[in-house]
Every structure is written in C-alpha cells, then in structure tokens.
Design a protein around this ligand. Structure first.
Ligand code: ADP
Length: 513
C-alpha cells in the first residue's frame, strides 16, 4: 500500500501558507527509533477535514510488525538507560526544549488541530497552550520527585526510590489529540519512561508534528515512538507483552477491550473513559453565569468531550426562566468551519458521529423529550448538527444515561437537594459534575455526595496541570495531571541494608579468614 499523494494542495479554507505546505507533504505516519517511515499495513489512514468532508492527508497505517518494531525501540531505550539514567536535570531541559518548539510552531499546530478535529481555531489555540503548559509542568517534576528514608528498625537502613515503569503505551482519542497525549507523555517522560503513542486515526496530525519536534529537541531515539492506525493498531499495541503500562483515553467500550489485553499480560493500566456529567443548577445560583457555563460545558468542541455537561439538572422553581435564556443564547450561536472567524461551534468529527447524534435526537423525542431548539443537520458541506436542547427528559430515559458525544443537552428538573443528587448519581458513569449555588454549605455538602472524579463549583470544565483528573465507575480509573500522575508512571523500590554491629563484625570475620 502506498499513500495517496494526489492531494497536493488540500482545500483548507482560511489556512496559512505554512499549513498548506505542511499538508502537501505530511509526515509518513510512523516514528520508530527516531526515524520517520510509512507503515506496512494494507490500510490507509485517510484524514478528513470534518468542516468540509475533504481529505487533508493520508498515511499508511502501522502493521503489527511496525507496532512490534516501535515497542522494541522503546524497550531498548528503556533497558539501556539512555533516558532513565540521564541526569534528571537533562530530562527536564529536554522536555522544556520540546515545549519551546511547540510554542514556536503554535500557529501551525493550532491550524492543524483545528482542521483535523473541526473545532474553532480559538479552541484549538487553547489546546496547544494547554499542551505546552502540561509539558512545562511535568518537566519541573523530573528532578523533584524523590524517594524517602524509611523509619525501619534501628539495625536497618532502608529507603525507597521511585523508579520508571519502563515502556508506556499512550492510546488517545480524536477530540483533544494534543493535550490528552501530553497528559500521558509528559509525566511518563519526566519520570524516565519511554513511550509508544498511538493517536486516533481520525485526527493524528498534531501528534505527528509533536513527534518531529521531539526529534528536533534532541530527545534520544526510541524514547518517543509514534504509530498511526485504527483499532487494530491500538489492539496490537495494548496486547504487546513488552509494554509495562497502558494509558488509554477513549470510549468505555474500547476501554474494556484494552483492560482485557492488560489482564492477559498483567500490564498496568489507567483508563479515562466516557461520561454523562450532570450540571446541577440550584435556584440560588448566579443564573447569568450559570447559563454561560452550561453552554460552554456542552457546546465546546460540539459536545465531543468526555466531561461534557450533557445533563442539565435545574431546580424546578427556575426551570422556565433558565431555559428561556439558555435557548435564546444557544439559538444565537454560529456554526462554522474551524478556520472561519465567526464560528462558535464546529462540526462533528465524522459522518458516522453526526448520524449517531441525529439518531440520539430521535431517541430523545421518542422517549417523551421535548426538543426546544436545534437538532437538524445544516445545508452545507461537513458533518454539522445544530446544538440541540431536549427538555422534560425523565431521569430514567435512555437518553439521560447513554453518552451521545455530541451537541445534545438533556434537561431534567428537580425539587430538592436530595433529588438532585440522586438523579446526578443515577448513571453508570462518574467523570465530572458541575454545581451552581451561592450557599457555601450546600456547595460542600452536595459536592461530597456527587459520584464524580471532579466537581466544578460555580465554574465548569476548568483544567490546569496541577489538578488531578480522572473518573470513577464506568468512566475509568487512575488520575492524570497533578502529582497523582507521577504515581501513575513510577513504582517504588525499597532498598534495605543491615547496618547492625553483628553484620559489621560478620564482615570483619570474613575478611580475617
Ligand atoms: P473514540 O470514540 O473517542 O474514538 P475509541 O475508544 O474508539 O474512542 O478510540 C480511542 C483510541 O483507541 C483511538 O486511538 C482508537 O484507534 C483506539 N482503539 C480502538 N480500538 C482499540 C482496541 N481494540 N484496542 C486498543 N485501542 C483501540
């Protein structure tokens, strides 16, 4: 299989000359032991602009042999100590160099990320800045995570050392390709691990550029390897016996398969999966701010976000007032191509995802929900669906439990705190929740009772490198970001030495013999 090079000048409305130049000669798809090459699989990965449906680039997917090569490259780099035994200061400097190069290329990577995912340019720019911050934050950890001297019995001198796990597989989705990879890559590299990354076949371009930058930064060959391909490439990686840890972000269904692979090889795994997060608004809230946050919580990235606040739970007494304002502001949003300045909202990632969302709108209506705004496709190229609000959704409805991964907000009202918590906790997921109230006691009380990895109070969707993030229940386990991430990529070694007088005299006797 050779890749399709017929798309010499891809149509990318609004793209800069530098982006068009990059797209006319994209990386071949695999980075293995510091060298770029095409994959050897029979399939092509064809990358589309979801805002037009046109092809942006294509790469030949990695075969099982390519995955094997990438894992062996990472294994050698882990075993010969070229990274883990490097001075921690040097690892820190190299991660900062990578962040610096990403900052240098921020405009290009922003456009690649916007074109590839369909999200508006401003949102893609925030993603790139987040990736830079995450790299810098974890660069700082390289020479700061340390072990401890253990207060063992006096005849012993004992200490612990945090050691890298070895080879980490990072399997990532298409909605936030760059930040989600850095959540895994940055702590893994800072603590001395080597990595094989597999970006989503639907949006691999920014990660392929990052791989180039890693080589340019001087990160040793084999420390970061990238393979591009679809589910079979991911499965070959997740099931490889020489992997020490799999860090996965994606759907709950795929996460279960990854966990099965991990079980077979006794591989550590962390899973950040789906969600059906509740955004709970009490009558005492700052309603103006709450409306904006509810909108950002569901319309950002056209709802294709694991933490999307896709269930609005609103106190009965303010339901009408709240929905009137929410509907008005939602109706004023502009759908558009990622590089069009006026775009508030982009398309869905693919035709399949668009059709899934439209099907969910139908399901919601069939279950008695009342579509109060949106829900239609648009008369234009690309995979667009108007943001849709479905009111009057019973807490028991399927649409209130199943993740849509699109711009669909369900609305359910509640009478009191007790009922709000019961509805919010009533799904199999537990990734995040939002809570709006001006009553401080209620904020803490309700937050404590919500089953979610993160509860945002009087804000929503706020990420920072210092804030641990991850789910519970069907949303997975393990925490990314913050100091928790360091524990995800290190294992503690205990060293115990007998320093008693008896052992010293035993040594003297031996030497006297
Ligand atoms: P999404 O719907 O967000 O794309 P997926 O779970 O399908 O979620 O995909 C997330 C990542 O997992 C992608 O990189 C995808 O190629 C990869 N993937 C898909 N199937 C498998 C599998 N069986 N094993 C490992 N990775 C997989």
């Amino acid at each position: 299989m050779t890749r399709d090079t017929s798309v010499q000048a891809p149509s990318a409305p609004g793209a800069s000359a530098a982006t068009l130049d990059w797209l006319s000669s994209p990386p071949p798809g695999q980075l293995i032991a510091g060298a770029e090459r095409e994959g050897r699989a029979a399939e092509l990965v064809t990358v589309l602009d979801p805002g037009t449906g046109n092809q942006l680039a294509s790469v030949v997917a990695a075969s099982v042999d390519d995955v094997n090569d990438a894992v062996h490259a990472a294994r050698s780099a882990a075993d010969d100590g070229r990274w883990s035994e490097l001075d921690a200061d040097r690892r820190e400097a190299l991660l900062h160099a990578l962040a610096q190069l990403l900052e240098r290329d921020a405009d290009l990577v922003t456009e690649l990320e916007a074109l590839d995912t369909g999200k508006p340019r401003v949102q893609a720019a925030e993603d790139v800045q987040e990736a830079i911050s995450v790299l810098r934050y974890f660069a700082g950890w390289a020479n700061k995570h340390q072990g401890a001297v253990v207060p063992a019995p006096r005849q012993l001198h004992a200490y612990t050392t945090p050691e890298p796990l070895g080879v980490c597989a990072a399997i990532t989705p298409w909605n936030y390709p760059l930040p989600i990879l850095t959540y895994k890559l940055a702590p893994a590299l800072a603590t001395g691990n080597t990595v094989v990354a597999k970006p989503s076949e639907l949006a691999p371009l920014s990660v392929l550029h990052l791989a180039r930058l890693a080589v340019e930064a001087g990160i040793p060959d084999g420390v970061l390897n990238v393979v591009t391909g679809a589910g079979s490439t991911g499965a070959a990686l997740a099931g490889h016996p020489l992997i020490d840890k799999i860090a996965f972000t994606g759907s709950t269904a795929t996460g279960k398969r990854v966990m099965e692979s991990a079980t077979r090889n006794v591989t550590r795994v962390s899973l950040e999966l789906g969600g059906k997060s509740a955004h709970v608004v009490f009558a005492d809230a700052d309603l103006d701010a709450a409306v904006d946050a509810v909108m950002a919580g569901i319309w950002t990235n056209a709802g294709q976000v694991c933490i999307a606040g896709s269930r609005l739970l609103v106190e009965k007494s303010i339901e009408e007032e709240f929905l009137t304002e929410l509907t008005k502001r939602t109706g004023a949003l502009t759908l558009g191509h990622s590089l069009a300045d006026e775009a508030d909202l982009g398309p869905l990632i693919s035709a399949a995802q668009r059709d899934k969302v439209l099907h969910s709108v139908q399901t919601a209506s069939d279950e008695g929900g009342n579509v109060i705004v949106g829900g239609q496709t648009c008369d234009r190229d690309g995979f667009f669906v108007e943001p849709v609000i479905v009111a009057g959704v019973p807490a028991t409805a399927r649409i209130a439990h199943e993740e849509v991964f699109g711009p669909l907000l369900t609305v359910t009202s509640f009478g009191d705190e007790q009922e709000a918590v019961a509805i919010a906790n009533g799904t199999s997921y537990g990734l995040a929740a939002g809570l709006w109230t001006t009553d401080v006691g209620r904020a803490h009380h309700v937050s404590r009772r919500l089953r979610a990895g993160t509860v945002w109070v009087n804000t929503y969707g706020l990420f920072h490198p210092t804030l641990p993030f991850g789910g519970t229940g069907g949303s997975g386990f393990g925490r990314e970001l913050g100091s928790s991430a360091i524990d995800q990529y290190t294992e503690s070694k205990t060293t115990v030495m007998d320093i008693s007088a008896r052992s010293r005299s035993a040594k003297v006797e031996v030497s006297n013999d």
